[in-house]
Design a binder for this molecule. Structure first.
Ligand code: URA
Ligand code: URA
Length: 295
């Protein structure tokens, strides 16, 4: 699955499944009517980091050469080169639930409160605070850059995650990877983790006491990363982070705040695999999250 054509084909299929018009799915350049190119600021182009938070080997500094190419060689942008996720993206909705920051306890004796991200991961790998540690092959602390602008929170590891120690690498994970690519946030730039860090046997839902025991790790991760947006995927992540029992459907379409960080709720990718009707609403939700990442 590394053949770029195969990847593109899958990506386009995915988009079609999301209800995008097949016209814009055609990657071949389309002849454009004369006139100004469609509004598509360069800074939103796929390879064009929009803020200085995209550090790393290739940055915008590699780009200006292209921009200053002789006019004669500048071709009109084809629709396929536009950041499609912006087309028809919903407006930013109103504020929802506000979860205030925890009060800082200067005298805390909890070792977690002074750990950095790698230390949190190490603590998770050694954790034996609940029964889930008994049957795990690997704990799954989460992965991604410490300064990620987006954090995705799922429920808990499944079989593939347990085997590999990595989050969202099974079927649902592949779908998540595709969704992130479609909003031009490659998964390598996103911190991806779960509410519980060890796989519940037979993929049952984590129990409340397991969640309560494990969630301080997630809170610490979020406090350290302080992303621009949190994307809570599925009931468990939404209920846990927002401390609510409201249905996922009613939590969608609002910008919640978790300790000062905007939080968007959407369906879990595993649910999308079972129920394709939720793909379109999910696509709307992630595009709201994406806009907030840039905000
Ligand atoms: N929308 C797309 O176009 N692609 C995806 O993978 C997800 C949503
Ligand atoms: N489902 C989740 O909630 N998390 C994973 O890491 C994988 C599947």
């Amino acid at each position: 699955m590394t053949d770029p054509r195969e990847l593109l084909a899958r990506y386009l299929q995915q988009r079609a499944a999301m209800g995008e018009s097949p016209l814009i799915l055609d990657a071949t350049p389309v002849k454009e009517a004369p006139g100004p190119a469609p509004a598509s600021p360069d800074e939103h182009g796929p390879a064009q980091p929009s803020t200085d938070q995209h550090r790393g080997a290739q940055t915008s500094r590699d780009k200006p050469a292209q921009r200053s190419a002789p006019l004669a060689r500048v071709r009109p942008r084809s629709p396929a080169s536009k950041p499609d996720w912006r087309r028809g993206a919903p407006p930013i909705p109103a504020t929802g639930i506000v979860v205030p920051a925890a009060e800082k306890d200067l005298f805390s004796t909890d070792p977690l409160s002074s750990m950095q991200l790698e230390e949190v991961a190490a603590a998770i790998r050694q954790c034996a605070k609940c029964v889930l540690c008994r049957e795990r092959a690997n704990a799954v602390p989460g992965e991604g850059p410490a300064d990620a602008r987006l954090v995705v929170v799922g429920e808990g590891p499944g079989a593939t995650e347990d085997e590999t120690g990595r989050p969202f690498v099974g079927r649902a994970g592949q779908l998540l990877t595709e969704i992130l690519a479609a909003i031009e946030l490659p998964r390598e730039r996103v911190f991806i983790c779960n509410v519980v860090k060890c796989r519940p046997p037979d993929n049952r839902k984590p129990q409340q006491d397991e969640i309560d025991t494990c969630v301080p790790y997630l809170y610490r991760q979020l406090d350290l990363i302080r992303p621009k947006v949190i994307l809570a995927m599925g009931n468990t992540a939404a209920e846990t982070l927002l401390n609510t029992r409201q249905s996922l459907g009613s939590l969608r379409g609002r910008v919640h705040q978790f300790r000062g960080v905007p939080l968007i709720v959407t369906y879990h990718p595993a649910a999308l695999l079972r129920n394709p009707h939720w793909k379109k609403p999910t696509w709307d939700d992630v595009r709201i999250a994406r806009q907030l990442v840039d905000a």
